[in-house]
Write a protein that binds this ligand. Structure first.
Ligand SMILES: Cc1ncc(COP(=O)(O)O)c(C=O)c1O
Length: 437
């Protein structure tokens, strides 16, 4: 197995020298190299997660907003400064060179960027298509999915991304097939969620396709995808996994999931510029999804399942830098740190009689993202009022999520630059809110 330092060097080399056109290869990036050395550690991720000096060093690579304690980092990810610098540099270069660059070098550079993404996911390059966001990847899968008949059923759950749920319903309607919306427990253990899917598979033997969200955008629950997907595959069900929130928030490779297809963006937890996504199609699955309308080519590569047309060239070209930065911190270090930050407020919330913590009831299902509400207050106006109180009385910014079957909740999402003091301010706000009830 490659050592972490070797892995970092691989990604750094790719980010610095991999692009074909000499104008774009900066040759030497002292910031990323310095970071690789600065953050090198042999400590376990659990120890790194609790090492404040480490996270203090990491946080110097980000410009934080000043107005509020921002615990709404799940919308999209802040670029680290070296990534932002690279993106600005590339944007300027693209604007100088224009079609001269795009006509001569873009295609090779695009392949190189895709190679970096595939390597980071532990996938073959032909299994990956680059897209502009997770939604684009999902739309293409759904609209080009073949062979759904009216006797078939498709499954999704309340923890799935709302517009993806709607698209699953649309797909069922288009084929006059059955659409099944599963309501998962509002909180539970790994086994509880496996049991819920097992029961759904038993109840609906006509299932043909399912959506499975790795990490929910509602409350950060991370499902045991490998176990659920293995069960689904044993029943012949095709599995699309939504990894839009998970890649970079939790640490995994494609083999850890065992799904047919997966959709990603890189602008959340990988920290690329906004406008970069990916589609994974496991080798051997392409014949079940048509190429993008009119697109040439057969089943050799996932790339002809999408057509991204004119896009933000610089955003794609900055991806190797973002991936290098992510691995410089360490995928598992980051995941553990964010889980630790969640546990710091969840441990307090769990002692409060009027607060309900949602999602993962054990470490297995937890991520850095979390969700909560006041017990019994689940309507949109009630939860919006709570969000406003947190913002106006305590200076803590969060967001209301509205799609769990059990009602609305507040989503709480720190980032690698969030301090323990900020989490503690939020936990104290919960204590005060609870006391006043
Ligand atoms: C779970 C989940 N899936 C899908 C998406 C859509 O991602 P994108 O905006 O990159 O299309 C999001 C975005 O918030 C999400 O949280």
């Amino acid at each position: 197995m490659q050592s972490r330092r070797q892995l970092l060097k691989t990604f750094t080399t790719l980010s610095l020298g991999g692009l074909s056109h000499s104008v774009f290869a900066s040759g030497e990036d002292s910031t990323i190299n310095e970071l690789v050395d600065l953050l090198h550690t042999n400590a376990s991720p659990q120890a790194v997660a609790r090492d404040e000096s480490y996270w203090n060093k990491v946080s110097r690579y980000y410009l934080k907003g000043t107005d509020t304690i921002n615990l709404e980092q799940g919308y999209w990810g802040k670029m680290a400064l070296p990534v932002e610098d690279e993106y600005i540099r590339l944007t300027r270069k693209i604007n100088q060179e224009m079609a001269w660059y795009a006509r001569k070098h873009w295609s090779d550079d695009f392949k190189q960027v895709k190679q970096t993404v595939a390597r980071a996911l532990g996938a073959e390059v032909n299994e990956i298509a680059l897209t502009r966001n997770a939604t684009e990847s999902f739309v293409n899968l759904i609209t080009q999915y073949k062979g759904l008949q009216k006797q078939d059923a498709v499954l999704w759950a309340d923890v799935d991304y709302p517009s993806f749920q709607h698209m699953m319903q649309w797909l069922a309607n288009e084929h006059k097939a059955e659409g099944i919306a599963l309501s998962l427990p509002s909180s539970g253990s790994k086994q509880d969620f496996i049991d819920a899917y097992t029961a759904a598979f038993q109840q609906h033997p006509n299932l043909k396709l399912m959506l499975l969200t790795h990490t929910s955008n509602q409350h950060g629950l991370t499902l045991p995808v490998k176990e659920i997907a293995a069960l689904a595959k044993s029943k012949g069900i095709d599995v699309i996994c939504d990894c839009a929130q998970s890649w970079g928030l939790v640490n995994f490779k494609m083999d850890d999931l065992g799904v047919d297809w997966a959709v990603f963006n890189l602008h959340k937890w990988i920290g690329s510029p906004v406008g970069v996504g990916a589609l994974y199609m496991k080798a051997g699955t392409l014949e079940r999804v048509s190429p993008f309308p009119g697109e040439a080519g057969g089943n050799e590569s996932a790339q002809n399942r999408v057509h991204i047309a004119t896009s933000d060239f610089a955003a794609f070209l900055a991806v190797p830098h973002a991936i290098a930065f992510h691995f410089a911190i360490g995928g598992e270090n980051k995941a553990e740190r964010l889980r630790y930050l969640r546990s710091r407020w969840v441990d307090v919330a769990n002692t409060l009689p009027n607060i309900e913590v949602l999602g993962a009831a054990d470490v297995d299902g937890s991520s850095g993202m979390g969700g909560f509400r006041i017990k019994g207050q689940v309507t949109q106006p009630q939860v919006s009022a709570l969000q406003q109180r947190l913002e106006n009385e305590f200076g803590v910014f969060t967001v209301v999520r509205q799609d769990l079957a059990s009602g609305c909740n507040i989503r709480v999402t720190p980032q690698v630059f969030t301090t323990l003091a900020e989490i503690d301010t939020f936990a104290n706000a919960l204590i005060n809110i609870d006391k006043a009830l």
